[in-house]
Design a protein around this ligand. Structure first.
Ligand SMILES: [Zn+2]
Ligand SMILES: [Zn+2]
Length: 303
């Protein structure tokens, strides 16, 4: 079952060099979640043939324009396309008022329900949970209140050895028990879960670290993640500028990946001053080898 991140926008602040402000789609078991919605997000969605209608939950890290200026356009399209399902938005305080004002002045009465969930900044919290996945927010350090998001799979069930079971006629409810790791008895024959099923794969996790200053506490929220997206607005040569603006360098992103023992790192939120991104990748790889650039239009599997 897929667990992957599709990059729609990877630039910071200003769109430049054909790159767009932050936005990405997380696909977990064919359920799609939008993370940030910078300007141009719905154009990118249509370019990469990702159906808007698959989005029911949108997570906004903070209220700098490069992370949400695409939202009113997307919401308006949903309205014009006569969306019926509710749309959930998880965002900092203030976004609800901004959107309501935009809708009011254009006399738009949405044909679907917008449900706001206000995120908080003093601790991590669970925002959404289903049978397979938990999505939480966690605080990061930026100029205004900002959260990252953590997508963590729940414990996965054991997998049935179908080739072995085909010869037996075991009722479905007993197969469910075997998958849970329990042994069952049928017609006086004992079926051991360990023998009739494979061990489950370990749960995977993806963390989106939003815009943030390098700060060590972040590692507590992303420890051991399979994939981490960390901003790398600048290179180390501009570390002073990074500090002043509450951003990170490629080297700092790699250091965070290393101290948090994550498996793979994705760099994004690049400054418009870098047309060529390769030097940022080289800088990060000197510290953390399993680093990639979050290039728009690419899909990254949470391995
Ligand atoms: Zn930003
Ligand atoms: Zn920002």
């Amino acid at each position: 079952m897929p667990f992957e991140v599709f990059i729609l926008g990877n630039n910071s602040a200003i769109p430049a060099h054909g790159r767009h402000p932050t936005s990405q789609v997380v696909n977990h078991h064919e359920k799609f979640y939008l993370v940030d919605c910078g300007e141009g997000t719905q154009i990118q969605l249509s370019k990469y043939k990702i159906k808007r209608s698959r989005l029911d939950h949108i997570f906004i890290s903070h209220l700098h324009g490069d992370h949400y200026f695409g939202l009113i356009g997307l919401i308006t399209s949903f309205h014009l396309l006569r969306r019926e399902k509710p749309l959930h938005i998880y965002a900092p305080k203030g976004l609800k008022e901004i959107l309501e004002m935009q809708l009011n002045v254009s006399d738009t009465k949405l044909v679907f329900e917008l449900i706001f969930h206000e995120t908080k900044f003093d601790s991590a919290e669970i925002l959404l949970e289903n049978d397979d996945l938990t999505i939480s927010s966690f605080p990061v350090k930026h100029r205004i209140p900002t959260t990252g998001f953590l997508f963590r799979e729940k414990n996965i069930q054991r997998k049935v050895r179908t080739e072995k079971l085909e010869a037996e006629s075991i009722p479905h409810e007993l197969i469910v028990e075997l998958k849970k790791g329990k042994d069952v008895i049928l017609n006086e024959k004992k079926y051991l879960s360990a023998e009739w099923t494979f061990p489950p794969a370990s749960p995977r996790s993806y963390a989106f670290c939003a815009d943030t200053l390098y700060h060590e506490e972040l590692k507590n929220y992303i420890q051991g993640c399979n994939l981490v997206y960390h901003e790398a607005t600048f290179m180390e040569e501009s570390s002073e500028r990074a500090k002043q603006t509450f951003h990170s360098t490629a080297k700092q992103a790699a250091t965070m990946a290393q101290i948090a023992s994550v498996k793979h790192l994705l760099l994004g939120h690049f400054s418009a001053k870098y047309e060529d991104l390769l030097p940022l990748l080289i800088e990060a790889k000197e510290i953390f080898a399993h680093t990639k650039l979050a290039i728009e239009g690419l899909k990254f599997e949470v391995e």
